[in-house]
Design a protein around this ligand. Sequence first.
Ligand SMILES: C[S@@+](CC[C@H](N)C(=O)[O-])C[C@H]1O[C@@H](n2cnc3c(N)ncnc32)[C@H](O)[C@@H]1O
Length: 280
Amino acid sequence: MADDTASASEDATRSYYDTHDVDAFYDAVWGGEDIHTGIYTDEHEDVAIASRRTVERAADTVAGLLGKESTVLDLGAGYGGPARYLAERFGCRVVALNISEAQNERHRATNAERGLDGLIEVVTGSFHDIPFSDGQFDVVWSQEAFCHSSDRERLLGEAVRVLEPGGALVFTDLMAAEGASVEALRPAVSRLGVDALATVDFYRRTLTGLGLRRIDFDDHSGQLLHHYVCVTEETRRHRPELRNTISPAYLDSLLINLPLWVDAARREQLRWGVFHCRRA
Ligand SMILES: C[S@@+](CC[C@H](N)C(=O)[O-])C[C@H]1O[C@@H](n2cnc3c(N)ncnc32)[C@H](O)[C@@H]1O
């Protein structure tokens, strides 16, 4: 059971992702598969295509470790887009841990439709208390989930604990720029159920302290502005049909919150990219 700091953000996240409103929004705007920042190669590209490219790039960093005999743990697995990609590309087993049972139900159903339920196990639980024993996984993977944690030192400790020696931790996360004002970002960040984002320096320092080596950060911060402009425009474009599927209050709150992320990205107050490192 997580302590109070971690469990406050867990409750907020669970109730956020378990609502029908949030489910319908991610389905309409991201395609309900990958829900993280995209890497765009063309300004007219769909959010879903760019978001899939992020999975491909992150997977390239651990391709040498993955095959039919390996197992990946995906922390905060969402609807399972990354888990299915990894299982299909490498034939590896994936354990997908996620706190939202509503997402997990959809995740399991999609895996079964695609014949991937034999390779992917979907588990309900929190990355603050990973329900597996030490050193079990070849790769621990996560995309845009650590931003929901109010105890990131604890979750990183857990991620490293379950990684086998020589295994890799790879993750993407929304972060604050060094020196960005926590107060100024708070109105945007509050939608994630936390007070503040991590920084690149925090991750480097904490991962080093946990004994990880070859810590690399592929900096794609320049993608954030375009991504949030696209997501905001898509939300506005889908507004008429979203009005029929999600509550007006949630839609209005999104249309207030998303432009705050656009503004923060424009002011270069945010960072984003792919971290990858190895356990000694
Ligand atoms: C923005 S979504 C990203 C989903 C997925 N990783 C992807 O990229 O498509 C964030 C995910 O983190 C999960 N999450 C947040 N806090 C969590 C926690 N404490 N333990 C496990 N999962 C958590 C949410 O339920 C959600 O699925």
